[in-house]
Design a protein around this ligand. Structure first.
Ligand SMILES: Nc1nc2c(c(=O)[nH]1)N(C=O)[C@@H](CNc1ccc(C(=O)N[C@@H](CCC(=O)O)C(=O)O)cc1)CN2
Ligand SMILES: Nc1ncnc2c1ncn2[C@@H]1O[C@H](COP(=O)(O)OP(=O)(O)OP(=O)(O)O)[C@@H](O)[C@H]1O
Length: 197
């Protein structure tokens, strides 16, 4: 995600616990490989594809009740974290149920209630560039193709441009990352779009 921040950023990755081991099982050690050309080694690309396929299959097998339970546990965990409680400004994704992502609603609602400044991702273009825009009112959200993920409008109701975190004097203290899978040390596997690089 091309969201530069000017202070050390605390990153919390969350995924249903049933999935936490998937990434390391399917990608034993290759996650640490970096080719000298700065491109992803073919072997690693293939291992990631295989891991994505396996994880998506596991996600499909979770029931709605399991998803809701795991999301509730993750929300409880996040809400109890000092990093969260201390954060004045947070980046948070708006989960997509169709993609079986961890539900962020409760954290977002709590953050807004607590007066934390929230920024959410908005896809810029087909090159996976994205911005983090300020969100203070859920009524400005609409589903945007092709992924049908909720995004805020570019402007506030009064027509002024919605604030981009990069133009803000208060950088993100905490970022809640969407991801397909995470291992127990927090290493993340995304959907392959490269937006989070
Ligand atoms: N909720 C949410 N918001 C987000 C992200 C995200 O992962 N989750 N993104 C994080 O960067 C950005 C959007 N990027 C996305 C990239 C791919 C897909 C997606 O649906 N991928 C399909 C495969 C599509 C294909 O292969 O053509 C999939 O993974 O099944 C969704 C969002 C910004 N906002
Ligand atoms: N080991 C690596 N060596 C060099 N470049 C890498 C390596 N891993 C990833 N990259 C670079 O990062 C980009 C994103 O990698 P990848 O598509 O696997 O990300 P992801 O985990 O799916 O995350 P997301 O798609 O959400 O950003 C790749 O296109 C590649 O340019």
């Amino acid at each position: 995600m091309r969201a530069a921040v000017s202070s050390p950023l605390r990153c919390i990755s969350s995924a249903p616990s049933a999935l936490l081991r998937s990434v390391t099982r399917v990608i034993p050690s290759a996650v640490n490989l970096v080719s000298s050309a700065g491109t992803m080694p073919v072997e690693l690309r293939e291992q990631k594809q295989q891991a994505r396929k396996a994880i998506k299959q596991q996600l499909r097998e979770l029931t709605a009740e399991q998803m809701a339970d795991e999301s509730a546990r993750i929300a409880d965990h996040v809400l109890g974290l000092r990093a969260y409680r201390d954060a004045k400004t947070i980046g948070i994704y708006l989960h997509c149920a169709k993609l079986r992502e961890v539900d962020t609603t409760r954290v977002l609602e709590d953050a807004m209630r607590q007066g934390k400044r929230c920024y959410v991702p908005v896809v810029e273009d087909s090159n996976s560039n994205m911005r983090f825009l300020h969100l203070d009112d859920l009524s400005c959200l609409r589903r945007v193709p092709p992924f049908d993920i909720l995004e805020p409008t570019d402007t506030y109701p009064d027509g002024s441009p919605r604030q981009d975190v990069l133009g803000s004097r208060t950088p993100l203290d905490l970022l809640l990352m969407p991801g397909l899978g995470f291992d127990r040390s927090g290493r993340r596997l995304g959907r392959g779009g490269g937006g989070a690089v």
